[in-house]
Design a protein around this ligand. Structure first.
Ligand code: PMV
Length: 327
């Protein structure tokens, strides 16, 4: 009899108040909280099957075999929790470019823990799934939930309180997201290395970390009150402060290209002219424009017209990570 397989799906998420820096590298504990939105149209679908014949875990990402090291790290935690051994074959597909600043690790690890929990017959609360996803990638803790999500830095040494929680479901404030892809090749410095380098060398890093909790408070209130202006202001502030800390590292990390900057100016011009839109940027050159309901189409047309923008993806807000029926 062939082994039973389990498939889960999770959306990428975009932080509006950013996570950049750790208080514990081994447990992947964030130095501060963060706040994000989960996307419906940028998804990872992951199938996990336990196979006693395997001598190590196998990872196939978008049809190609990959090093399974980070996946094995998370699966080991699940094997310990379940009190079961057995290696797994993990097959994962992204509906968007991998490793290009579009947070594929977030949706990837969130889908992985949900599918693997089922494969190991573990019943885990969303908070425990979030904790496990965090061990794969800090931002993945947030993709367990849909809509608007807050990640807590936590205080405990074991990291059990460094988990995400849902703030508002997607339908509660159906913002739209436009992603302008300005370079779809894998980034030169991934977020893990970029974060470590910023922590070790940037004189602005302590100031960055000190301000995050206050920014999360403002953003949480803006979400609760559907205050777009306040959310726009604090989100751009957080993204630019994070990039300032990276730019001040030694040597400085420059994730932007010319088109990234042109898009930032275009978004600000649109907002000054009355369109409900703001930008955010992660550890890559893509621009994520967050728009009031109904304004995404106009923003997408504008960003598409900018020199250097290769393509534009649009998304609504989506649900959290979930199992999908096997076909
Ligand atoms: O989850 P990681 O380790 O890939 O780090 C994510 C870092 C940013 O995307 C730049 C910010 C964030 O909060 O998602």
């Amino acid at each position: 009899m062939s082994a039973k397989q389990f498939t889960a799906r999770a959306g990428a998420n975009i932080a509006l108040v950013k996570y950049w820096g750790k208080r514990n590298a081994r447990l992947n504990l964030p130095a501060a909280g963060s706040l994000s939105i989960t996307l419906a149209n940028l998804e990872t679908t992951t199938t996990v099957v336990r196979n006693p014949a395997l001598r190590s875990d196998e990872l196939v990402l978008n049809g190609r075999s990959q090093d399974a090291g980070r996946v094995t790290g998370v699966l080991d935690l699940m094997r310990v929790r379940a009190g079961r051994d057995g290696f797994c074959r993990v097959e994962s597909h992204n509906s968007f470019p991998t490793a290009a600043g579009l947070a594929s690790s977030a949706s990837g690890f969130a889908a992985l823990v949900v599918a693997a929990a089922a494969a190991f017959d573990l019943t885990l609360s969303p908070a425990r799934l979030s904790e496990l996803a965090r061990r794969g990638s800090g931002s993945a803790a947030r993709s367990i939930f849909g809509g608007f999500v807050e990640m807590s830095a936590g205080e405990r040494e074991d990291g059990s309180d460094a988990v995400a929680r849902p703030l508002l479901e997607a339908a509660g404030w159906p913002l739209e997201v436009v992603v302008a892809v300005t370079d779809s090749s894998p980034k030169a410095v991934d977020s893990r290395r970029g974060m470590n380098h910023t922590m070790a060398t940037s004189p602005y890093y302590p100031a960055w970390v000190d301000g995050v909790a206050a920014d999360v408070d403002v953003a949480r209130k803006a979400v609760a009150g559907r205050d777009f202006e306040s959310l726009a202001e604090v989100s751009e502030y957080s993204a630019l402060k994070m990039h300032a800390s990276m730019l001040a590292a030694r040597p400085g990390l420059i994730y932007w290209n010319g088109a990234t900057l042109s898009c930032m100016h275009a978004v600000r011009e649109l907002r000054a002219a009355g369109t409900g839109v703001f930008f955010t940027i992660d550890a890559g050159p893509q621009i994520k424009a967050v728009c009031l309901p109904g304004q995404g189409r106009q923003v997408a047309a504008k960003l598409r017209s900018i020199d250097g923008v290769q393509r534009v993806l649009t998304s609504s807000l989506g649900q959290g990570a979930r199992l999908v029926p096997e076909t």
